[in-house]
Design a protein around this ligand. Structure first.
Ligand code: FES
Ligand code: FE2
Length: 352
């Protein structure tokens, strides 16, 4: 099977870095759409592979290997001219299809057919740029609230974790750390929530939990106490999601208004390598009145900053997908099932 088959030819550097077909054939976020403006070449790193992202004049975003086929120079050190990427070494021009259109040392000769860049799948969705280094086996996951105008959307991050991406996802689907890591915000350290039993099932869209109930003294950007019911979901190995149904509560955690609002989060992880990742999120909420987006984002900065401190401290850095390592309590069912799910998918990179 040719795993790097988006382009008909392979860069010689394709043997470097991650060789895990499950991850190579999946979609990964490499930035926010707003990160990439036409006229500039941007370097990004994904699964130990060096890539460039650039946007052509027609608005289309492109993700290529950061490599010129001529002598292996990095295209990220080049520039854009006439809507083409110019290699910084001998000035070869590559248009948005990846074809070389000009070799300045022989301007009257048509470039050889093999003179091409190495493009990968590139799609913009939910305000993110996604790429796939191999043959995508599934579409980009559906973020259900994205098309619902009743939901206000707020992007936050990027959060750069010196940590394993799977450890970051598992932290995102873990409710029992709230009173300790997010004391005063998502939980109360002196009065940790007792987590009732919940279930986890594998569905078409990934792994999904039943509702997990917690009390949150500062449950969202409105600064109100909430009783929250989390439904956790892992759409892909490195894409998580939760939907949080909330009820207004008093400071003691008693529900005072049982109408339900919903706050959801799409959690994306760019695996830079096995022990470094970049988290980017998009929250969607139908709460009323609508909070100031800047407050939503600054609250996310606090919460994910707290998470980062813990996740970066975890050892071993690579997540143990083998359940014989570490301990699994019934309250960790979502994380436990996530690890088994990774293992059953055959993932070998970034796990032990
Ligand atoms: S290495 Fe790119 S033009 Fe020569
Ligand atoms: Fe957290």
């Amino acid at each position: 099977m040719n795993l790097i088959a988006v382009s008909s030819h392979q860069p010689v550097t394709a043997e470097d870095g991650c060789q895990d077909p499950v991850l190579l054939n999946d979609w990964h976020v490499v930035g926010y759409s707003t990160d990439f403006v036409a006229g500039t070449v941007y370097p990004v790193r994904l699964l130990e592979r060096e890539l460039i992202v650039w946007r052509s004049a027609d608005g289309q975003v492109h993700v290529w290997e950061d490599l010129c086929i001529h002598r292996g120079a990095r295209l990220s050190k080049g520039w854009i001219s006439n809507d083409a990427v110019v290699c910084p070494y001998h000035g070869w021009n590559y248009d948005s299809s990846g074809a070389c259109t000009l070799m300045p040392a022989a301007p009257d000769e048509p470039p050889m057919k093999k003179a091409k860049a190495f493009p990968y799948g590139a799609v913009e969705r939910y305000g993110f740029v996604w790429t796939c280094l191999g043959q995508p086996e599934t579409d980009i996951p559906v973020f259900p609230e994205w098309v619902d105008e009743a939901f206000m959307k707020v992007h936050s991050g990027p959060y750069v974790y010196a940590a394993n991406g799977f450890r970051a996802v598992e932290n995102f689907i873990d409710a029992s750390h709230f009173p300790f890591v997010h004391a005063g915000l998502n939980g109360v350290m002196d009065k940790p929530d007792r987590l009732e039993p919940y279930t986890v099932e594998e569905v078409d869209t990934g792994l999904r939990s039943s509702e997990v109930r917690v009390f949150q003294p500062w449950g969202d950007a409105r600064g109100m106490p909430l009783v929250a019911f989390y439904t956790y979901h892992t759409f892909r190995p490195l894409v998580g999601y939760f939907s949080k149904r909330t009820q207004d509560a008093d400071a003691q955690g008693q529900v005072v208004n049982d109408h339900s609002d919903t706050f959801t989060t799409l959690f994306t992880v760019q695996p830079v390598d096995a022990v470094n990742c970049i988290v980017r999120i998009c929250a969607a909420m139908n709460v009323s009145p609508r909070p100031d987006p800047a407050l939503v984002s600054s609250r996310a900065d606090v919460v994910y900053g707290q998470d980062r401190g813990i996740v970066e401290s975890q050892r071993p850095q690579r997540i143990p997908a083998d359940l014989r390592y570490e301990l699994h309590h019934r309250t960790d069912l979502m994380g436990q099932r996530y690890r088994s799910w990774l293992r059953n998918k055959g993932i070998r990179y970034g796990v032990i």
